[in-house]
Design a protein around this ligand. Structure first.
Ligand code: COI
Length: 354
């Protein structure tokens, strides 16, 4: 990649109070941009003041959703330094998403350099209140002004950032999730394993219905049999059933979460057997009713490790671990966030200092 040009804003925004930040509402002063044009490749890397794009109303992303994104975080450690968590894994997953959506890939080292450069420019936006971080949202959009359904010849790669607290209003308190029987999020052969906006658009209706019934999120079933549980959309899921950890296998319609992978590695290092396999909703609810569902939790960059305290499925309803966070969930949360915020050693080499 060419040298990244930096144009700083003349109007820095006031930083919000880092207590009670919530998720994804406040954005830092700058953004990273990189353009793609056929014949030229990716060009003109630059950091500029955060601001609106001008795009033709016919830009392909508005019509056919040729778009991919990522999510990662920068963490402020006790000594004031800032670090990233496994950014190369986001770079690799973005490449996989690009391949599926016919978007020219961004070289992994360019992705990491762009993230580091932007976060350095907005380093003062990385909050230091416990439980907060700077959320980083890289995304690529198709910009050809054309209504023919084909791959665009021009794209914008953009990265925006913003300080965040907990994704769920409940924070680390257990969330209620609802198993969706009608709508499906993804199917094998589709885009379920990628991070593309379309997956999330397809999830909104069920999410709204679940919220109306008092649930925080939807737990998706597979699109073919409608019986195997897949993921929550904003997080992967894991369960402790009868002493064993089980999590849905990556069938092609489940997102290969980086927090998911990190949790599996931690759990195995603690001696737990972790089964990545097909799990029916029936098995889950039967285990809960038999008192064998010890713990349930979600994993994600935004969600971190979120305990699941209650689950609904049609007319069935179960409470997990008395609606309290369980010991494995708590240990995962403490260890993962300890590594991310630098209060615990990082024997895995996951953390990248700025
Ligand atoms: C993330 O965890 O970074 C995500 O991208 C999930 C998002 C839909 C909130």
């Amino acid at each position: 990649m060419e040298e990244i040009k930096i144009q700083r804003t003349d109007h820095p925004a006031a930083k919000p109070d880092a207590h009670g930040l919530g998720f994804g509402k406040v954005f830092s002063d700058h953004m990273f941009l990189l353009n793609y044009d056929k014949g030229q490749g990716w060009h003109d890397p630059r950091v500029v003041p955060y601001g609106p794009f001008t795009l033709a109303p016919s830009a392909m992303v508005f019509h056919y959703a040729q778009e991919v994104f990522e999510g990662l975080k920068a963490y402020r450690t006790a000594d004031g330094t800032v670090q990233l968590f496994r950014p190369i894994d986001n770079a690799r997953r973005l490449k996989d998403s690009c391949e599926r959506l016919c978007i020219p890939p961004i070289p992994e080292e360019d992705f990491v350099e762009a993230v580091k450069t932007l976060v350095k420019v907005d380093i003062d936006w990385v909050p230091d209140v416990p439980g907060t971080s700077l959320y980083i949202r890289p995304f690529i959009i198709a910009t050809d002004a054309s209504l023919g359904v084909h791959a665009s010849h021009s794209y914008i790669f953009c990265i925006i950032t913003g300080p965040v607290g907990a994704y769920y209003a409940a924070g680390i308190n257990p969330v209620k999730i609802y198993v969706e029987s009608d709508d499906v999020r993804a199917v094998k052969g589709g885009t379920g394993y990628t991070k593309c906006g379309g997956n999330y658009a397809a999830s909104i209706r069920a999410g709204e219905r679940a919220e109306e019934q008092g649930y925080a999120q939807v737990l998706w079933l597979d699109g073919v049999h409608r019986k195997y549980i897949e993921e929550v959309g904003s997080m992967n899921v894991m369960f402790k059933i009868d002493g064993k950890i089980v999590t849905p296998m990556l069938t092609g319609s489940v997102l290969p979460g980086i927090t998911r992978r990190s949790c599996i590695e931690l759990l195995k290092s603690w001696g737990y057997e972790v089964e990545e396999r097909l799990i029916t909703a029936q098995e889950l609810f039967d285990a809960a009713k038999a008192g064998k569902l010890d713990e349930a939790w979600g994993t994600g960059t935004a969600a971190v490790v979120s305990p699941i305290g209650e689950m609904g499925w049609e007319d069935q309803h179960v409470v997990v671990n008395g609606g309290q966070i369980g010991p494995v969930t708590q240990k995962l949360y403490d260890t993962l966030t300890g590594i991310q915020w630098g209060t615990q050693p990082d024997p895995y080499g996951w953390v990248v200092k700025l």
